[in-house]
Design a protein around this ligand. Structure first.
Ligand code: NCD
Length: 310
């Protein structure tokens, strides 16, 4: 049984297969319109979501499958005290594959230990968000054409932003990658990312406070929202929330082919005026999320039938 808990659960070859399949789906969507006929996807969302849940559901519907699930823990038996382990044992007999989002780090992993269907982590607390990373990688592949030789800036809440943690892990596997980590001191990348991912692989990175001075070097700028829901006190959130606001003036400091990505939702960190800049690709990125999730569902269900991803 294959589960996706972290983006590096796929080897580089498997990841290539996933992204190539996603690009083939973009080219010939009709070819896949029945690929998951009679299959069911369960979406177990214990935390708010717009894009991740709906793009998973759209993905399964595009493949001719069906969907079931809940969009808040309050609407499930979690509110009565049921454990994730018990829930997934039951859901395993209702669906063929499931995507789970949970505020507690590690909850999807625990689910995977008790599941007889593939479990996909759709975001666990401030930890990981592998399918957003696959979306980000498809965006970079499609619009930039390479993963090697990139200087990637991450800006905003690098402490709690799970999309940042996952994408750093995934990009660290490519050649000549350099990271510029732009955040206030309080929101720097957690030390486990440095100790377990960056340092052992000798990935060059710098931690800086100024977005302006980092701009000219970047091939990709990954903006993030300050994660209000993970703060222990509101005062800190209010003090830090508007530290960075990307606007047209700052964009004028960037390379002509730099891409701006953002997992969305955006709050204040990108001024609306930037949306018309051709380098702003975050809405396109959200569209890619459907195709990459279609590809992932196909590959995991195939593997469940004994056909390895590669
Ligand atoms: C992200 C998340 O949930 O981590 N959203 C998403 O899935 N596209 C980013 C965020 O909430 O800031």
């Amino acid at each position: 049984m294959r589960h996706i808990i972290s983006p590096t659960d796929l080897t580089l070859t498997e990841l290539d297969e996933l992204l190539n399949l996603a690009e083939d789906i973009i080219k010939s969507p009709k070819k896949y319109s029945d690929a998951c006929h009679r299959k069911k996807l369960a979406t177990l969302f214990y935390e708010p979501s717009t894009r991740t849940r709906l793009s998973f559901e759209a993905a399964m519907l595009n493949l001719g499958g069906s969907i079931l699930g809940f969009s808040s823990g309050d609407a499930s038996s979690a509110s009565k005290g049921e454990s994730v382990a018990d829930t997934i044992r039951v859901i395993s007999s209702y669906a063929d594959i499931c995507a789970i989002r949970h505020p507690k780090e590690g909850a999807p992993y625990v689910a995977s230990l008790h599941s007889s269907i593939p479990v996909i982590n759709a975001g666990d607390g401030g930890h990981n968000h592998p399918t957003q990373t696959f979306t980000d990688l498809l965006t970079i592949k499609n619009l930039k054409g390479r993963f090697d030789n990139l200087t990637v800036g991450f800006c905003g809440d690098l402490k709690f932003g799970r999309t940042v943690h996952s994408l750093i892990g995934a990009l660290s596997r490519y050649n000549n990658i350099k990271f510029v980590l732009i955040s206030p001191e309080e929101l720097q990348v957690p030390s486990y990312i440095k100790d377990q991912v960056l340092d052992p692989q000798n990935i060059p990175y710098e931690e800086v406070k100024s977005l302006e001075s980092a701009m000219p070097d970047l091939d990709i700028l990954y903006m993030t929202r300050v994660q209000k829901e993970r703060f222990f006190n509101e005062e800190d959130y209010i003090r830090l929330k508007d530290t960075y606001i990307l606007n047209s003036r700052k964009m004028s400091l960037a390379k002509e082919d730099m891409l701006v990505l953002h997992p969305l939702p955006r709050v204040n960190e990108i001024a609306v005026e930037v949306d018309d800049d051709p380098r702003a690709v975050y809405f396109k990125q959200a569209q890619f999320g459907v195709y990459v999730r279609m590809a992932l569902i196909i590959l995991l269900l195939r593997e469940g039938e004994g056909r390895p991803i590669c």
